[in-house]
Design a protein around this ligand. Structure first.
Ligand code: NDP
Length: 330
């Protein structure tokens, strides 16, 4: 496979259209060695963009991904590394988007990653308790210090992002460049509707998460929860909630749809995961689709989604809409 690189929004930075993140998995579910093998497989397939966060596995994700980056001796200029700040610890000033936490949190993340700078720094959530001017100034300070090149948001509303742009314009400061929203066949409205003015008016790029809805869209949960899967993890509240949601009416309907998507994939000669990733990649407003993987074979499979994109004709896209029945009303 040959990887495709896209500009991150209107910037001059190029990110691989498929990227790899460490949520749940690296520093938690799998050993450092497995994390290293996954990252090497990604890198060898042209993935240059790796995503983590201060909160992932209480900081261990950054540590394990940092070790992998060192181990293989990759050139720093060949990598785009991102981390995200919001939940940095238990103390009252270890969380949120105060200037104090943004500055201290960045330093702590860089130390865990063993890096001098990250390429991208995200505000992991909006913080309505901190003035927008403080947030915009703090991210600009970190960028001026050379500790990050670009800053962005994650799961902010279109309204909140527009406010950040207005503040940055008024103060002649750098505005957020990219959003990191959830996006997959079951979760579409923000990316396909609410954010449209952001792409157009601000040149923002979307770097989306959970393209397989935590693996649901690979079809692996169609016949129950495999013991070696993310949803089988016992001591994780988010995974417990996802596991239980499979039993609900909504969950059953979703599994039915995944089964039908599997038939479409079969006709195209690809896997369900590849179909669902290719469907994301077709959206031109996405700069990168951030995938996750607990083993190298998943990455080998997922990067081949690039070859499926040209197979998604209008007819196939309509067949997919016929299964999903959730096209956002514009
Ligand atoms: P996905 O929805 O792609 O789920 C990835 C998981 O699905 C893998 O870890 C694996 O889990 C399973 N999987 C992947 N490929 C296959 C395959 N081909 N066949 C079978 N199973 C497969 O993405 P994530 O939910 O991991 O999100 C990706 C990244 O996005 C995160 O790592 C993180 O960097 C970012 N993120 C950001 C958030 C934010 O708030 N900004 C929130 C969540 C994620 P397993 O093998 O264990 O079952």
């Amino acid at each position: 496979t040959s990887m495709e690189y896209r500009y991150l929004g209107k910037s001059g930075l190029m990110v691989s259209c498929l990227s790899l993140g460490g949520w749940v998995t690296y520093g938690g579910q799998v050993s450092p060695e497995v994390a290293q093998m996954c990252m090497k497989t990604a890198y060898d397939n042209g993935i240059n963009f790796f995503d983590t966060a201060e909160v992932y596995s209480g900081g261990q994700c950054e540590i394990d991904m940092g070790v992998a980056i060192r181990k293989f001796g990759w050139k720093r200029s060949d990598l785009v590394i991102s981390t995200k700040l919001f939940w940095g610890g238990k103390g009252p000033n270890d969380r949120g988007l105060s200037r104090k936490h943004i500055v201290e949190g960045t330093d702590a993340s860089l130390k865990r990653l063993q890096l001098d700078y990250v390429d991208l720094l995200y505000a992991h959530r909006p913080d309505p308790d901190t003035p927008m001017e403080e947030i915009v100034r703090a991210f600009n300070y970190v960028i001026e210090q050379g500790k990050a090149f670009y800053w962005g948001t994650s799961e902010w509303s279109g309204q909140q992002i527009s406010e950040a742009h207005a503040v940055a314009q008024r103060l002649n400061l750098i505005a957020p460049l990219m959003e990191q929203p959830q996006y997959n066949m079951f979760h579409r409205d923000r990316v396909e509707k609410e954010y449209l003015p952001l792409y157009k008016n601000f040149g923002m790029g979307a770097t989306i998460w959970s393209p397989l809805a935590s693996g649901l869209l690979s079809g692996k949960y169609n016949d129950g929860v495999p013991p070696d899967s993310r949803l089988a993890i016992e001591d994780n509240a988010v995974m417990k909630r996802l596991r239980e949601s499979l039993e609900s009416e909504d969950g059953r309907v979703k599994i039915q749809k995944v089964t039908q998507l599997g038939h479409i994939a079969q006709r195209l000669g690809c896997t369900t995961a590849q179909l669902c990733l290719a469907w994301c990649l077709k959206n031109p407003n996405l700069s990168s689709v951030i995938t996750g993987a607990s083993r190298p074979s998943q990455i080998e499979e997922n990067v081949k989604a690039l070859q499926v994109v040209p197979l998604l004709t209008e007819e196939v896209m309509e067949a997919i809409e016929g299964v999903l029945m959730n096209r956002p009303v514009l």
